[in-house]
Design a protein around this ligand. Structure first.
Ligand code: ATP
Length: 199
């Protein structure tokens, strides 16, 4: 479901990824840790097709939102849509019935904010809306970059519970994170250091 084989990526003089291999199966939640600047975001960008390896291969690469959902650190919410409209977007784009939006907002503690625009809520609240948008379509693959970075412990607990359930329902989930609460629910913890993944 998620696979990197012999992946190399260099930016200028810096060889950030030097032969990365990893695989995450359907129904697995795997976390990726490693020092700041070790290349976690770079690796996620390759896996979702936002960037391309110098050599090696990645799966899924560029895919539809329903096949591969991405939760980037920058969130990528549409500023001209309300939180509810943002969360519903993957379903609308896929021509599917819009259902489950209010339940997800409620689960993540932002049920009263659905009619607001991203610029009218805190970054942590935006982050929870972006998480809801990433999971609403029950994607085959979910790639999440620091999904709890801006959350307090109660909000992070709700987010982690949701991520675990998404995996239990069959999604292959890979999360770059520094947070122990996320590692605690992982099936496996991988470490990216010196350009390679181990663990
Ligand atoms: N497009 C780019 N051009 C040049 N250098 C880049 C580019 N993207 C990433 N880098 C460099 O690659 C290295 C890895 O960056 P990356 O953002 O992947 O680290 P990270 O492990 O996600 O860090 P953090 O934990 O701080 O988020 C850094 O040295 C960064 O400056």
């Amino acid at each position: 479901m998620i696979r990197a084989t012999g992946v190399h990526r260099r930016f200028g003089d810096v060889a950030v990824l030097r032969g990365v291999d990893l695989a995450v199966s359907a129904g697995e939640l795997v976390t990726l840790s490693g020092p700041s600047g070790s290349g976690k975001t770079a690796l996620l960008s390759l896996l979702c097709g936002f960037d391309f390896p110098d050599s090696g291969s990645v799966t899924p690469g560029l895919s539809s939102w329903s096949a591969c959902a991405v939760l980037p650190q920058s969130l990528g919410l549409a500023t001209e849509l309300t939180l509810e409209e943002n969360v519903a977007l993957p379903l609308r784009l896929a021509g599917r019935a819009v259902e489950g939006v209010s339940g997800l907002l409620d689960e993540l503690g932002i049920s009263g904010l659905g009619a607001r625009y991203p610029g009218q809520v805190s970054f942590g609240q935006q982050q929870r809306a972006a998480l809801a948008r990433a999971v609403i379509g029950k994607p085959a693959v979910l790639l999440a970059d620091e999904p709890t970075a801006h959350l307090d412990s109660a909000s992070a607990e709700a987010a982690v519970g949701l991520l675990r359930r998404v995996a239990d329902e069959g999604t292959a989930v890979l999360i770059a994170t520094h947070h122990d609460a996320v590692h605690a629910v992982a099936d496996r913890v991988l470490v990216l250091a010196d350009g390679q993944v181990s663990g």
